[in-house]
Write a protein that binds this ligand. Structure first.
Ligand SMILES: OCc1cccc(Br)n1
Length: 465
């Protein structure tokens, strides 16, 4: 079975008999379809990735929040034909409640922000803007024949309460900061930028009623997957547009520049076009304009986006979108807010980025490691060895106690090598009699003189080794 890092696991699939041959087994050794085990090697990679997410979030002043993986199904009941709401991992619980494993985090964020508003009689002005982040595991019930994943972890960063384009500029900067922090450059990745507001003008001019806007965007988002003809067909059949209007809309998404798009939209230098230009100007000042490119075909597949939308892509054109986001100014009203609360956010999945890092050869080497292995020379010294381990741990060292008397020293050193120990502490009777512990440096260069490689350290000085 492949772990999340895609490397073959030696544990379950190589040494254990296939489930059918395991006596009395009624279960497989593999996790449920579409889900992943994270063995320690995978967990080190995931921890490293999440530490990078957290580092960037902290450097932008974002606070971490979380919510239950189980949510009310109602939270996602949007009638715009989005894949994400049509593939919910939903069920009735034992009390008959309609619940679901969360397919995304934004609705939970909206629900929590509305709690704050409720707590403050509808006003959270005092706390705005909120800059919150989370790294939730999100779920979908993907049909197995496509064999795709059913869960992923998605770094979410959201700014609540900023109507101006500075929120988008901040979030895009955070995305770029993350890429740069893991060795990805603007040669590897670009970020496509568009505005649903400009697209909205195209749709408005084409006579598309505002209430059909969201589902129209969801259909246009499928362009890459199903092609122009199929999108035009869906626009005519599902949204009721004329073939001519459908063709015009698809043509507009092919605009190569903002000017061309504005012209096709018949909006000229409108506020929404000016806003997009301002974003590109701020990106110049912020120093990441070289990562951005206008792309009229980007609409993203979530119904609730209302303004700027963006997605990061790999310039080699091999991978799916790496992350994506946008402005969603109406979502909180949809959930009952008495007034518009401007929001912008992005989601950054944990899978495509790992493929990109591997492809670019920048995946970190994260071997298992520990500061010390402490070994007892014989059974009489096992307790003393544990007292040495306690001293070292109190001094902030990580310590792996060799689980038996190290009668065969070679075996103890083999163990130390396996767990990546930097040093070996031997607790032997003669040295112990003199209040000493023998410490061997396992990582020093080969030319190190023997008396420097292995030293006897007084117990009281163990905190200094
Ligand atoms: O990005 C859509 C999505 C949602 C939940 C789980 C997975 Br895997 N993918």
């Amino acid at each position: 079975a492949a772990g999340s890092s895609g490397t073959r696991r030696s544990a379950a699939s190589d040494v254990a008999a296939p489930a059918a041959e395991v006596k009395g087994s009624a279960f497989t050794l593999d996790p449920p379809s579409g889900t992943r085990d994270f063995f320690p090697e995978d967990m080190r990679q995931q921890r490293w990735l999440f530490d990078r997410f957290r580092e960037v979030a902290a450097s932008y002043g974002f606070q971490e929040y979380d919510a239950p993986v189980l949510e009310h199904e109602e939270l996602y009941k949007r009638k715009a034909g989005e894949e994400i709401t049509e593939q919910m991992y939903n069920f009735r619980d034992k009390e008959g409640a309609a619940v679901t494993l969360r397919p995304e985090m934004t609705p939970s964020l909206a629900r929590m922000v509305l709690q704050l508003m409720r707590a403050e009689t509808g006003e959270i002005a005092a706390q705005l803007p909120l800059k919150w982040f989370a790294i939730p595991q999100c779920w979908r019930f993907e049909t197995t024949q496509r064999g795709r994943r059913r869960e992923h972890y998605q770094w979410n960063m959201d700014i609540v309460g900023v109507a101006g384009i500075t929120a988008e500029a901040e979030l895009l900067s955070a995305v770029v900061s993350f890429f740069e922090s893991v060795g990805i450059t603007s040669k590897d990745v670009g970020i496509k930028i568009n505005s649903r507001k400009v697209l909205g003008a195209v749709l408005n001019n084409a006579g598309v009623p505002a209430e059909r806007f969201a589902e129209t965007c969801v259909i246009i988002d499928k362009l890459d997957k199903i092609g122009a003809a199929a999108v035009q067909k869906e626009l005519t059949e599902k949204v009721g547009l004329s073939a001519d209007v459908a063709q015009k809309i698809v043509a507009a998404t092919g605009a190569k520049t903002l000017d061309e798009f504005a012209e096709l939209a018949g909006v000229g230098e409108s506020d929404e076009v000016k806003e997009l230009r301002k974003l590109f100007e701020l990106a110049e000042d912020y120093g990441y304009a070289d990562w951005l490119q206008f792309d009229a075909s980007v609409v993203r597949g979530l119904a609730y986006y209302t303004g700027v939308v963006f997605e990061a892509f790999d310039k080699a054109g091999v991978l799916r979108a790496i992350c994506g986001g946008g402005r969603y100014d109406k979502l909180l009203e949809l959930y009952g807010s008495k007034k518009e609360v401007p929001c912008v956010g992005f989601g950054f999945g944990d899978c495509v980025i790992v493929e990109l890092l591997r492809e670019r050869g920048v995946q970190p080497q994260l071997p298992v490691t520990v500061d010390f292995v402490v070994a007892a020379y014989n059974n009489d010294m096992l307790g003393k060895a544990m007292s040495v381990a306690r001293r070292l741990r109190k001094a902030g060292k990580s310590v792996d106690v060799y689980p038996e008397a190290a009668k065969k020293v070679k075996k103890a050193f083999k163990y130390a090598d396996k767990v990546g120990a930097r040093k070996m502490a031997f607790v032997a009777p003669d040295e112990w009699e003199n209040g000493l512990v023998s410490i061997k440096d396992l990582r020093c260069p080969p030319e190190t003189p023997a008396d420097k490689k292995q030293v006897n350290v007084p117990l009281a000085e163990l905190d200094k080794v």
